[in-house]
Design a protein around this ligand. Structure first.
Ligand code: GLY
Ligand code: MN
Length: 458
């Protein structure tokens, strides 16, 4: 938790940005896994954390702009709960800790908003909150997301997108744990060890530091499957292990890195060829990302460099600009270059990607591949972005596009067929946009240059 003043200041800025009405920021409720008393590990809503800082379930933060007062709403627990959970601070004490003057039980919430024409709330991602908000405001639960306050969404995005020094320090703490997770995976990677075993080591490292994984770890010999879960398959000599994982600190700030390790200890010449293209694309971002640069243009710069280098290998042909304009490169890079990162590993995605990553100047693309870019707008100092180019050989996509004759002027299908069992390579680091460029976050950078990787795991 940050200092009381941080939360007071954030709510003050939010008040000024929204201007009028009453703001409700809903915290999360416990979510049952298979029966009510066996819940998923609690994860608080990130915007609630940002403005009200408290980790307890069943809370709602209220900022009444019109009457200039704030409440923390929630029910205190009684002896029936205390015998199971031990002491839990009162809602009054939780409110006081983050500089909120008033607290009240949940039954009071309806009274606070009675007759108020402007009730602002954020779109919830959890279904129980859709029901709770729907019931409170008399809206069908399925319409709750659509009726959320655009003014509030935009104000929250404006604030959360630009990270302060204390937030960057927290992200750096996540990076340090992420470094231990990734370097452990690289060292453990050898033929015969299962993907799940290494995935379990990573989860254990995060937990042992009081953290957790910032999302379900992706760890697979099938790097071409973007969100491939670790399986019980043993790692095979000659293949690559792709590991995309990160830590989330006790204060819920995240890291997100991807590394690719040769299971035999050395990259084959063909693996080196593809890896070095991804490496060059990754490094291009570090060279060029700066305030004012559109992230959409950064993505397209990477696509052009990738196309040039794939032409050198005989996998693509034709004019590079035309190929990228047509979207032919999406045979190899089917996702976006990177996303914002903060308290959510895909930061604020639940608020609506179009409000987070786009604006009037830069609209989302509808073209296959680039339509997965989660952010396109101009970068600002304080933005934290992931830099995660990749090259993937997806047999189902090769077959489909080949059968349809897609981009025949740019794609060399005979050569591509030679790579159909290759898998995929992605490299991912997290960058902070600074006043005149960017900085890779993390005191120690997980090895990624080919010779460094081979030396590190030898
Ligand atoms: N690192 C996982 C993702 O960005 O989806
Ligand atoms: Mn990512």
């Amino acid at each position: 938790m940050f200092t009381k003043q941080t939360y007071i200041n954030r709510r003050q800025t939010l008040k000024e940005k929204v201007g009028s009405g009453i703001i409700l920021i809903f915290g999360h409720n416990d979510a049952p896994a298979n029966y009510p008393a066996n819940a998923y590990k609690f994860r608080q809503d990130s915007s609630f954390l940002y403005y009200f800082g408290q980790q307890r379930d069943g809370l709602v933060g209220v900022v009444d702009i019109d009457n200039d007062c704030e409440y923390l709403i929630g029910d205190d627990i009684d002896i029936e709960d205390i015998i199971w959970t031990g002491f839990v601070p009162s809602v009054h004490d939780l409110a006081e800790e983050v500089g909120v003057a008033h607290s009240a039980p949940m039954a009071q919430l309806a009274k606070l908003i009675e007759g108020r024409p402007e009730v602002h709330y954020l779109p919830p991602c959890r279904h129980d909150l859709m029901i709770q908000i729907g019931d409170l405001l008399g809206i069908h639960p399925l319409q709750v997301r659509d009726k959320a306050s655009l003014r509030l969404i935009k104000a929250v995005v404006d604030m959360r997108a630009v990270k302060t020094t204390e937030e960057i320090e927290e992200i750096e703490r996540a990076m340090a744990i992420g470094y231990k997770m990734h370097t452990t995976a690289m060292k453990a990677c050898r033929p015969g060890v299962t993907e799940k075993y290494i995935g379990g080591l990573l989860a254990g490292i995060a937990e042992s530091y009081g953290c957790k994984e910032s999302f379900l770890t992706i760890l697979t010999m099938h790097g071409e499957i973007f969100h491939g879960d670790p399986s019980l398959r043993p790692l095979e000599a000659g293949r690559l292990m792709l590991c995309d994982a990160g830590a989330e600190t006790v204060n819920n700030y995240c890291s997100d890195n991807t590394r690719v390790t040769p299971i035999s200890g050395k990259f084959s010449p063909r693996q080196r060829d593809i890896y070095s293209i991804v490496e060059a694309c990754h490094d291009l971002v570090i060279d060029r990302a700066c305030p004012g640069k559109k992230w959409m243009d950064m993505h397209l710069d990477v696509c052009r460099l990738m196309t040039d280098r794939l032409k050198d290998l005989g996998l693509m042909k034709g004019n590079t600009d035309d190929a990228v304009e047509a979207g032919a490169h999406a045979m190899f890079l089917q996702h976006g270059l990177g996303h914002m990162m903060g308290m959510d590993v895909h930061d604020m995605e639940g608020l609506g990607q179009v409000y987070v990553g786009f604006d009037d100047e830069v609209r989302p693309s509808t073209q296959f591949g680039t339509n997965c870019l989660r952010c396109g707008r101009r970068l600002q100092p304080g933005f934290v972005m992931t830099d995660e180019p990749g090259i993937y050989f997806i047999p189902a996509l090769i077959d489909k596009w080949k059968a349809e004759g897609m981009h025949r002027d740019f794609l060399c299908y005979d050569k591509i067929e030679e790579y159909r069992d290759f898998g995929g390579i992605r490299l991912e680091d997290d960058i902070l946009i600074t006043d005149n460029g960017c900085r890779v976050l993390g005191e120690q950078i997980i090895p990624y240059h080919i010779d460094d990787v081979e030396a590190f795991i030898s």
